[in-house]
Design a protein around this ligand. Structure first.
Ligand SMILES: O=P(O)(O)OP(=O)(O)OP(=O)(O)OC[C@H]1O[C@@H](n2cnc3c(O)ncnc32)[C@H](O)[C@@H]1O
Ligand SMILES: [Ca+2]
Length: 516
């Protein structure tokens, strides 16, 4: 016999699914589901993102670039997501080239500034900070003629004040700052500073990315070059000038950084030319230029830089004929001679008596490192160093006619110098910074990280706007939408349970025991 056969006749007729309690529970259930779906949909609805903006101008020795950054409004402190939204290349040379007509430096920036006014929504203009940072070109001009350097910065300032952004000042960065902010930029973009990720972008079981190794930064500009990395063997005591200490997102970093003025690729070329023209030749056969290359160069133009001006040979003619010989090994010999490795008053040095702790970790190499190695198709650092050198030797030996023919669209100024530049990069990395065949593969030649250019500008802005807090912000364990949905669900479940309990005595099953 089935259990229902034992029920009293009146109990058989009362189907519990038709009782008022069941109906109420069902209605509540339906309401709960509808409410839950509504909450989830509303919480996760795509709402137009509101952004804040910041502008940094990088007044480099060879040219000026403008970068516009943006980040979700009201989120700058806890979920570091500042990204490059737009960049603009200023036409003409770097601002330090306008020493004799400073107003032209200010004038040159206007086109990019007008572009920035178009890019940033007008209602945000007044809250958008605008910074200009100058680097090695202005450092050299200050050494040469400090009043001209001041006049250039004043002219630039006057021009920038004329725009509707919140102008925050123009200044020349110290080499250490340039190196350190480049390091901050690449590690910030790589999310290696232990910054919390935005909700929804967080890997499960992970709230903070702590203890990640940082990436060293190698920046090769036109007039200076920077190396910055964290080393376990460096606490700053051996060489305080090379030390930058940060506390970011609750982690302490002791960074080694050095900027070599005059060792950017344009000034290094002058050093190499100066080295080869000490006996004032009329013709220079240069192994760092392609065979068949020939150009007339003014002695005064080559020696017109504080990096070489003191070495100008006595009694030199007005100009010399610069001819290429295209020999990588010879070129490397010339370049080695611009590094002084003979004296070191520290426990260890890179070159020119500058302290450098042992290299550590991975490195990101940007600016001219990237431009040059990308042109030479040598960005793949899994290639053995010997293969890279062999490729360079082959490239340097190509005739100038052949090179021009193969690259008709490339600026002749750059094209003529890729053999020198590639050889300089390899020599700087190995003889200068002591990268070995093995550690060479820890370098990555990079231009952008997640859409933002590698360079010092982003780090500079993050620092000046206090966008990287010293301590890690407390982040809620659940994203907002999940939190709201969960709370709603809990409340509804609780309501249903309470209701069920309240109605329990009137349930047919429970109010009467079946009679046998
Ligand atoms: O940092 P500083 O020293 O002030 O200089 P910069 O900021 O002007 O230097 P960049 O990194 O912009 O460029 C580095 C050098 O690379 C050169 N350069 C830029 N684009 C290049 C390209 O496509 N190919 C080769 N060289 C390039 C440029 O003229 C500089 O000599
Ligand atoms: Ca630069």
């Amino acid at each position: 016999a089935s259990p229902s056969d034992f029920l009293l006749p009146e109990m058989k007729e009362r189907n519990p699914w038709h009782s008022p309690a069941t109906i109420i529970i069902t209605v509540i259930g339906v309401i709960a589901v509808v409410a839950l779906v509504t909450v989830i949909v509303l919480q996760n609805r795509e709402i137009p993102q509101k952004y804040k903006y910041g502008i940094v101008m990088d007044a480099g020795s060879s040219h000026t670039s403008l970068y516009i950054y943006r980040w979700p409004a009201e989120k700058e402190n806890n979920t570091g997501r500042v990204e490059e939204m737009h960049s603009c290349q200023v036409a003409g040379p770097g601002i330090s080239s306008y020493a004799s007509a400073p107003w032209k430096a200010g004038e040159s920036l206007r086109a990019c500034m007008r572009e920035a006014e178009q890019q940033v929504p007008q209602r945000r203009h007044q809250q958008t900070p605008l910074y200009l940072g100058a680097t090695a070109g202005m450092r050299l001009l200050s050494m040469e003629n400090s009043s001209a350097a001041e006049a250039v910065l004043r002219a630039v300032e006057e021009s920038l004040r004329g725009f509707s952004f919140s102008y925050q000042g123009s200044r020349t960065l110290r080499g250490q700052e340039e190196g350190a902010f480049g390091w901050v930029t690449i590690n910030y973009l790589d999310e290696r500073l232990g910054q919390p990720r935005p909700p929804g972008d967080r890997p499960p079981h992970q709230t903070l990315l702590q203890g990640l190794e940082t990436t060293g930064a190698l920046d090769l500009g036109g007039a200076s070059t920077q190396i910055s990395f964290v080393s376990d063997h460096f606490d700053g005591s051996e060489s305080p000038d090379n030390s930058m200490v940060f506390r970011l997102y609750g982690n302490d970093y002791s960074l080694y950084t050095h900027s070599f003025l005059c060792y950017g690729k344009d000034q290094a070329l002058r050093l190499a030319l100066a080295h080869q023209t000490q006996d004032a030749p009329v013709t220079l056969l240069d192994p760092c230029f392609h065979p068949g290359y020939e150009a007339s160069k003014d002695y005064s133009a080559v020696y017109d830089s504080p990096c070489v001006s003191s070495r100008r040979p006595q009694g030199a003619p007005l100009n010399f004929t610069h001819k290429g010989a295209g020999n990588f090994a010879q070129c490397q010999k010339v370049i080695r001679s611009i590094f002084n490795s003979s004296s070191c008053s520290h426990s260890r040095c890179s070159f020119n008596g500058v302290f450098q702790p042992p290299l550590q970790g991975k490195f990101g190499a940007f600016s001219a490192y990237y431009f040059v190695m990308d042109f030479l198709n040598l960005t793949d650092t899994s290639l053995p160093l010997e293969t890279v050198k062999r490729e360079l030797a082959r490239y340097c030996s190509n005739s100038w006619d052949q090179v021009k023919q193969q690259h008709p669209a490339v600026k002749v100024k750059y094209l003529a110098a890729y053999c020198f530049s590639g050889t300089y990069i390899i020599t700087l990395l190995t003889d200068g910074y002591n990268f070995s065949s093995e550690s060479y593969s820890s370098i990555k030649f990079i231009k952008k990280i997640r859409g933002s250019d590698a360079g010092w500008t982003l780090g500079y802005m993050l620092n000046l706007t206090n966008m990287i807090p010293a301590e890690a912000p407390d982040s809620p364990p659940l994203p907002q939408a999940g939190y709201a949905s969960l709370v709603t669900l809990m409340v509804l479940v609780l309501a249903v349970v309470l209701l069920l309990l309240a109605l329990r005595p009137r349930w047919p099953c429970c109010s009467q025991q079946p009679q046998v």
